[in-house]
Design a protein around this ligand. Structure first.
Ligand code: LER
Ligand code: MN
Length: 267
């Protein structure tokens, strides 16, 4: 199965679940040295680096772009698609579209994680879901122009109260005919929310486009208490075609986490 590793250049996410925080020239070099197939980019904005510079790094190190995160919109600017203020919702949408354009030019999907936001007293659940669905229609249509999907990530209950499980997310996408949105299944969130990670994957495999392959404690698998073999066997049986991406804590250090991650993906 294809592997990816996270490269983070967002200062506000320095303690987040990302493996390499070096400048991208070094990050690409380390990703290739560890044997990853691709990198997943977490950048401050779409103009942080040009598409041409990314292409040069890709060619130099033979690495694909697995996905591009949008979380900087939240951690740097406090933007979400479900904000009560229409001005902030518009800014959130524009920020995400700029990263969809960046990622799409590179043939990669962008991800909606923390920028989905939460429902609250000012924005009741039904309204938040309308805001989310309307934004996803626009965003996924933009992604389609590049021949890519857009990735929606259910998060655990401490990070969002919109959709916490893969099945609820799949139903939401189907109910709103969001056919160009796939689910990013993050095993860290799933370990908190799912009755069974295997069952959630098996029942919704057609909706799953990307996996954050993390242990129960968000470290590389093998450094927590997730039983990886049933999950890996299942993904092979189901002919999963997406990436297993290392959105994990760089513990005990980035290189050791990367090394363990690669080992954890081998059956
Ligand atoms: C993003 O991929 C994610 O998993 C979130 O928990 C980030 O806060
Ligand atoms: Mn994740």
């Amino acid at each position: 199965m294809r592997t990816a590793v996270t490269l983070c250049r967002v200062a506000e996410a320095a303690s987040g679940p990302f493996v390499f925080h070096d400048e991208l020239a070094i990050g690409f070099q380390k990703a290739a040295a560890h044997g990853f197939d691709a990198v997943e980019l977490f950048l401050p904005s779409a103009d942080y680096i040009s598409v041409e510079e990314i292409r040069e790094l890709q060619q130099k190190h033979s690495l694909a772009i697995a996905a591009v995160g949008t979380g900087a919109g939240m951690v740097k600017h406090g933007l979400t698609l479900t904000d009560a203020d229409p001005v902030f919702r518009e800014r959130a949408l524009a920020f995400i579209l700029s990263l969809v354009d960046f990622a799409g030019t590179l043939g990669a999907p962008a991800i909606l994680g923390s920028m989905q936001g939460k429902h609250n007293a000012a924005v009741p659940r039904d309204l938040a879901i309308v805001y989310l669905a309307d934004a996803l229609q626009i965003i996924s249509a933009r992604a389609a122009q590049y021949g890519t999907v857009f990735l929606y990530e259910p998060l655990n209950r401490y990070e969002t109260n919109l959709f916490n499980t893969v099945a609820d997310s799949a139903k939401f996408l189907a109910d709103h005919q969001l056919t160009n949105v796939k689910i990013l299944a993050d095993l860290f969130h799933m370990n908190i929310e799912e009755v069974s990670c295997e069952q959630a994957i098996a029942e919704n495999i057609d909706h799953i486009g990307h996996i954050h392959f993390a242990d129960s404690n968000r470290r590389a698998i093998g450094f927590g208490h997730t039983d990886r073999m049933p999950i890996l066997r299942l993904l092979y049986q189901l002919s999963y075609q997406g990436y297993l991406s290392a959105e994990i804590l760089p513990l005990p250090n980035a290189d050791a986490a990367a090394k363990q991650f690669i080992l954890s993906t081998i059956i």
